[in-house]
Write a protein that binds this ligand. Sequence first.
Ligand code: ADP
Length: 472
Amino acid sequence: MFSSLRLRLWFSYALVTAAALAVVATVLLIYIIRNPATYRQANARLTVVAALLRKNEPGWANLSSADIQARFEQVDQAYTTRLILYSADRQVLNDSQAALQPALQMPRFPRLQSYSISRDQNGQVWLYLIRHLDDGRWLMLAVPRPPVPLLTILGDELMLPVLGAGLMALVISLLVAFWLARWIGDPLQKVVVASRHMPSPETTPVVPHGPHEVQELARAFNEMNTRVQTSQLSQRAFVANVSHELKTPLTSVQGFAQALLDGTASSPEAQKQAAQVIYDESGRMHRMVLDLLDLARLDAGTLELQRAPVDLPALLYNIAEKFTPQARAGNVGIRVEASPALPAITGDGDRLAQVFTNLLDNALKFTPPGGCVVLRTAQAGMDVQVEVADSGAGISPQALPHIFDRFFQADPSRPGGQKHGAGLGLAIVKEIVKAHGGKISVRSQPGTGSTFTVSLPLAIPGASTAASKRKA
Ligand code: ADP
C-alpha cells in the first residue's frame, strides 16, 4: 500500500509534521510549567503581601532582629507566605520558616520586579518575589509552588492549537506530496512507457522534465534508445550483408556441382574448370567466415592478444618478402623504408602481421603495373607510425569516409575490384589496431594513390588483453 511515491511522500511529511509538533508541544509545556505566570493565585498572594509589607517597611530599621523574626512569623501565619531577610552580602538574617524548612539561598542574579522560581536543599520548589531594600538588605517573599495542573494546561491551552496546527500541516503536506509526486512521477512514468515500447524503432525520445535527476534519467534513456536502435539497424544490415555475400559463391558452387552431376560439364577441361570454381568459391566463403569469426571475437572482446615485444621493421620486411612474387607478377615494386633504430613496441605479432598483410594486399590489388608500394616507419612522440602508401587507383572522396565500414566495397569494377573480398579486411584491421590502443587513418587522391597510416603507442596503456581493453 505504501509503495506508491505519493503515499510514501505524504506519510513521511505527516510523520515529520507530527514529530515537529510533538517537539513544539513539549517545549511549550516545559515553558508553561516553568513560567511563574502559570501560578496566578500564588503570585497574587505574593503581590498582596509585598504591598502590605511595603507600607510597614519604614519602621523596620529600628527593630531588633528578634522583633523582625516575630513580625515575619506573624505575617507568615496570617498569609502563609515565607519571609526571608538577607543582609547586603546575602546572608540569611531572618527567616519566618527557619525552624521548619531548610534555608533558601538567595539567587546569585535575583530578578527584581518579577516572579521567579527557586529550589531548596530538599528539592521543594518555591515561587518568590525579591526586593532590594533601601538599607541594602534584601527581602524575599516565597510560597511553595502549587502542583502543576498538567492536564488542564494540556486540555485548555495546548491541545486545540496543536491539533489545529497538526491538521493544517497535514492538509498542506498532502497537497505538497501530491504536487511533488506528480513532478517526479509523471516524467518517470513517461520513461516507463517509452521503455515498454523499446524494441520498436518508433520509440520516440522522452522530453526531459521534472527534477534534475529525472531529467538525467530521461536523457540517459534517450541515449540508450538511440544506441539500441543503431545497433538493431547495424545488426539487420549485417545479417543482410552476410546473406548477400554468401549467396553469390553458393550459387556458383551449386551451379558447377550440378553441371558435374548431370554431365553438362563432360569434357575433362570443363570438369576441371568446374572443380576450380567450386574450390575458389568455397575458399572465398571460408576466408569470409574466418574474417567474421575474427570480427565477432574482437567485438566481444574475447580475442586474446599475445603481447610481446614486436620488431616492426623485421615484421614489415617479412611481409614484403612474402608478397614479392605477387608484386613481380603484377609488375609492382615493393619498398620498405624502416629505420633500424625504431624502438620495439609491445603487441601481438601475428595480429599486427594480419594488419599489414591486409593493407599491403589491398595496395597491390589496386596498384596498376609499373606502380610502387612503400612501407615506411617513423616515430612520432610516444607513437610508432607505419605508412602503407601506394601509387594506385586511389579512393573517391565519397567512399573515403566508409572505407573502414563492414562489408563496404568501393566500386568493384575498378582495376583490382575483380579480386575483391567481402569488404571485411579494413574493418578487421581497424579493430586490431584499436585493440592495441592505436589509430588508423587514410589519405587518398583518386588516380594518384592512397596512404594508410597506422599509429601504435610505444607503451600500451593498461596492457593486458584486447578483451579487457574493450570492456573498459
Ligand atoms: P576487401 O576485403 O573487399 O578488399 P577491404 O575492407 O579490405 O575489403 O576494403 C574495402 C574497400 O576499400 C575495397 O572495396 C577497396 O575498393 C577499397 N580499398 C582498400 N584499400 C585500397 C587501396 N589501397 N586503394 C584503393 N582502394 C582501396
